[in-house]
Design a protein around this ligand. Structure first.
Ligand code: SF4
Length: 729
């Protein structure tokens, strides 16, 4: 459509300030606040560890980086992704202008005015015709907290949308649901120093060596010679380095954990004083796990009774036992109950609130924790509840909004949004900083669903992602290092990122794209106070007041910069003590009665078990520490590409390989009921007979995965589905 036509169709108010120039929206400039040749420190933009990186500047622009030696998180270390963090910014395929699909179906560069007019007119037309459920957004854990809050506030209070979710649904929703129910708030209780202070470290479904290598370095700094227990079907790099590995059957983790609980109770190896003073529901839990006898549990999990005995005795002997979980637990058809089974073990043994203890979920993306608290998707800004009138009134008062603008229900979750697109209820989607055409479970079905949209807008650094290639409109976004803001890491530490390079061409920070969208939507006045990321940080502090995540005591970005980040909570008037901080030292949880809850359910069968036609169970996970998610950034680095095998490889046990006549390095075909792919076989005893492993980063992997979801968290169960395998193509 021609711009004049778009303008004629426009019926809403146009703000006067449509002129784009660098002074308004930050095009192509680095603020002159750094010494021309100096170093500044900021948080890494890949994983949730939140390492501090020293960025070295020349003429005020970043030219190189080194890990910060005095940062409280990484203590001078970085993984390969961190070392290469600047490289993807210089990729040749960066989006430097908006792109618009022509009526003939071709994507072509356009200008911001046309892009924003199109954004506004097309989404408005859909909403006018089909109502507020008909447009939704999918965000990310990769952009700044201030940007996530602005996005969620603009979408719900400005555009009037009801439904938006984040790609954090794919990795952390289970932990959120588990903590909320068990503790009364989404509150990972730990600090990284707990890795160094435990005498028993239990890692469940977590390949820390590969997925969180700097956290693993913190484990290696532990001077207590800890027992390291790994519970994982696969002999991962972490399992190889552990002192005990329990290779349970895929998705028998809930049964395994209930078996441990039963044995601990049976032997009296529990902390009755803690249970009585600080928890509720233990008697019911005790009755629930009573049938989980050692013989039956061992058989169900593929272990010996002696192995279960050893595991329980190790936990009992420990004075400081910490329990950690990641995607092996979260990405499950019964993830929330499994995470809560881990929490139950910590509660019943009194291993919480003390150094070296805790029921600790390690999160995934650099700002998954910011998304969890402030993205305005399934909870109202700052951990409030959309369904509570007092919370809506508080938030409306702080933002100067009519409370009637705030929805009274939670958003649909990611899978429900996909189902609604499939059913024709959602016709417009705004995707920000994520790549569902690659990462969504059961990819072929996912792509077909995305293909049904009348209008798909993708906001990204690159116009070349699988999802951007499907878009009707692409909005070019600045990267980490090209904008200011904050991330929250796994241990609740709020850290700074800074603009140390200009964004290429006309790319804008996500913050400024949202600001621009609000102008064009005609609701810019609602966000008059949202002038800069730091101004929004002040608003978020006010929103957090009185909540468990209260951060009113943080003295702005300067304090975050000086301290190497600050862990929430830090209410006004509380001094920031030196060192790291954990939650629940006083045994007070966030439920109204101050007690944590024992939450449990009967284990359920794996949604798609192996059978005669698909006799293998496929496990998926992170491949190497040099790869990140769908590879849109890490794939740009020649250094990182050299650090992982070229092409897709599949781990297969020697027994299976011999039986099927498969040799290492040979091409094999793996088939599920949803699709097939070719990979190179890697014959290794790291996987058990009857199981295969594929890294998650390859575009083909999700052709195979089965769309099952945890009922409480609605997180997809990526970890186990039935496949067959044959040699050759
Ligand atoms: Fe960045 Fe995570 Fe690597 Fe640290 S461990 S350097 S935060 S990717």
């Amino acid at each position: 459509m021609k711009r004049n036509t778009l303008l004629r169709q426009w019926t809403g108010p146009l703000t006067a300030d449509l002129t784009l120039h660098p002074g308004n929206f930050g095009l192509g400039k680095v603020p002159a606040r750094f010494q021309p040749d100096a170093t500044t420190t900021m948080v890494c933009g890949f994983c949730s560890t939140g390492c501090g990186l020293n960025i070295h500047l020349q003429d005020g622009r970043a030219v190189n980086l080194t890990p910060a030696t005095d940062h409280p998180v990484n203590l001078g270390m970085a993984c390969p992704k961190g070392w290469e963090a600047l490289t993807p910014l210089a990729a040749a395929d960066r989006a430097t202008t908006p792109w618009l699909r022509s009526p003939g179906g071709e994507l072509a560069p356009t200008d911001w005015d046309t892009a924003m007019q199109t954004f506004t007119l097309r989404f408005r037309a859909i909403l006018d015709q089909h109502g507020p459920d008909s447009v939704a957004w999918i965000g990310t854990g990769q952009i700044c907290t201030e940007e996530l809050a602005f996005l969620g506030a603009f979408a719900k209070f400005g555009m009037g949308l009801r439904h938006g979710d984040g790609n954090t649904r794919q990795c952390m929703a289970t932990s959120v649901a588990a903590y909320k129910e068990s503790f009364g708030f989404d509150a990972p209780p730990f600090t990284y120093r707990d890795f160094e202070e435990s005498d028993v470290i239990v890692l469940i479904g977590s390949n820390l060596c590969i997925a969180h290598p700097i956290m693993w370095q913190r484990v290696l700094r532990n001077r207590n010679r800890p027992e390291i227990i790994v519970v994982d079907p696969r002999k991962t790099e972490t399992a190889m380095a552990a002192t005990q590995h329990y290779a349970i059957r895929p998705k028998s983790d809930l049964t395994f954990l209930y078996g441990l609980a039963h044995l601990l109770i049976e032997r009296g190896w529990i902390d009755r004083t803690f249970i009585e003073a600080h928890t509720a529901g233990f008697e019911e839990f005790r009755r629930h796990v009573a049938p989980f006898g050692i013989t039956a549990v061992a058989r169900a999990c593929g272990l010996s009774p002696e192995e279960l005995e050893r595991c329980v005795e190790t936990i009992h002997r420990g004075h400081r036992v910490s329990f950690w979980w990641t995607m092996g637990v979260n990405q499950s058809h019964e993830g929330t109950r499994t995470a809560q089974a881990v929490i139950n073990l910590a509660l019943m043994t009194g291993n919480i609130g003390r150094p070296g203890t805790g029921a600790n979920s390690v999160t995934g993306q650099c700002n998954a924790m910011g998304s969890r608290l402030f993205s305005n998707t399934t909870n109202l800004l700052g951990g409030h509840d959309f369904r509570r009138a007092d919370h809506r009134a508080k938030v409306a008062g702080i933002l100067g909004l009519d409370p009637g603008r705030i929805p009274t229900e939670n958003s649909w979750a990611y899978d429900q949004i996909m189902d609604a697109i499939d059913a024709g209820k959602i016709k417009g989607l705004w995707v920000i900083g994520t790549n569902p055409a690659h990462s969504w479970i059961s990819q072929s079905a996912g792509r077909k669903i995305l293909g049904k949209l009348d209008f798909l807008v993708v906001q990204d650094m690159y116009p070349t992602t699988e999802t951007a290639r499907m878009a009707h409109l692409i909005l070019p976004a600045a990267a980490w290092g090209e904008k200011d803001g904050t991330f929250i890491n796994s241990e609740r530490r709020i850290g700074l990122i800074k603009k140390v390079l200009p964004a290429p061409g006309e790319a804008l920070s996500d913050f400024n794209i949202i600001k621009l969208a609000a102008h064009y939507w005609g609701c810019g006045s609602l966000f008059q106070k949202w002038t800069s990321p730091e101004a929004v940080f002040g608003i978020l502090q006010e929103l957090s007041r009185g909540m468990p995540c209260d951060i009113t005591g943080i003295a702005g970005y300067r304090m975050l910069d000086l301290e190497g980040g600050v862990q929430w909570p830090l209410p006004a008037g509380e001094k920031l003590e030196a060192g790291e901080r954990r939650l629940f030292a006083d045994g007070a949880f966030y439920h109204a009665d101050g007690r944590a809850r024992f939450v449990f359910d009967a284990p359920r069968a794996t949604p798609e078990p192996a059978d005669a036609t698909h006799p293998f169970l496929l496990l998926t996970g992170r491949g190497t520490s040099a790869q990140w998610h769908t590879g849109t950034r890490t794939g740009k680095s020649a250094v990182l590409r050299r650090l992982h095998p070229a092409g897709l490889h599949a781990e297969i046990n020697p027994e299976d390989a011999d039986r099927l006549g498969i040799k290492s390095g040979q091409t094999i075909t793996i088939t599920s009921r949803r699709g097939e792919l070719q990979a190179r076989a890697f014959v290794t005893a790291n996987v058990t007979p009857g199981q295969l492993f594929l890294p998650m980063h390859d575009e083909a992997t999700n052709r195979l995965t089965f769309p099952a979801f945890d009922p409480q968290s609605r997180q997809p169960a990526y970890k186990a589905c039935a496949v067959s395998v044959r040699p050759g193509k």
